[in-house]
Ligand binder design. Structure first.
Ligand code: INI
Length: 183
């Protein structure tokens, strides 16, 4: 079920446009199988991201088919996400963690590898892997984004996963001869 989304700033994303076919994903997750990979490092934050993600998945119709996989740190998220994607048992992987800047360059390596590694999962497997890993300077900034005043990025990553699964299904759907002729 394609959907039209209206941006808060008045923009219209996904609206019909004359002379073109517009493809959008829906947020109906009924029947979807979703895995969540979450890192234990900074688990005061990542647990909040996890709760936000699970709540969002359930709110959108994922019933009982949620696997939660804990890894030690954000650096380890990509290998677990890749394994899940390659097994073919899930429709999407939601990746959650919190990388908080310290006094050394460690932050840059962990955050960079997590981002690149997660991006490479969906690029190489075709299974959406969404990025709900906070990369922030302080615990307060992390808390604001893990159910605080800036929302819950875990929930956002979960909803994004649903939309991408739906969109890919739409793009992969075989077209009838009539549909091809009309295009
Ligand atoms: N892992 C995180 O998830 N967040 C961090 O802030 C973090 N810092 O700051 O070090 C972190 N480090 C651990 C890393 O992800 C690996 O688990 C570790 O390097 C072993 O491979």
């Amino acid at each position: 079920m394609p959907s039209t989304r209206y941006d808060a700033d008045g923009g219209v994303a996904g609206a019909p446009i004359e002379g073109a076919r517009v493809h959008t994903g829906s947020l109906d997750a009924t029947g979807m199988r979703i895995a969540i990979v979450v890192s234990r490092f900074n688990d005061i934050i990542s647990t909040q991201l996890l709760h936000g993600a699970v709540e969002a998945l359930r709110d959108h119709g994922v019933a009982g088919d949620i696997d939660v996989v804990w890894v030690p740190g954000a650096f380890e998220i990509p290998i677990a996400a890749r394994e899940l994607a390659q097994l073919g048992a899930v429709d999407a992987v939601v990746c959650l963690g919190a990388v908080i800047r310290g006094d050394t360059a460690h932050f840059d390596y962990v955050a960079g590898e997590a981002a690149q590694g997660i991006a490479s999962v969906h690029a190489t497997t075709g299974v959406p892997a969404t990025f709900g890993v906070l990369t922030v300077d302080t615990v307060e900034q992390a808390s604001d984004r893990a159910g605080g005043k800036h929302g819950n990025k875990g929930a956002e990553a979960a909803v994004t996963a649903i939309e991408m699964v739906s969109l890919l299904r739409e793009l992969r759907r075989p077209r009838t001869a009539e549909q091809r002729a009309a295009s």
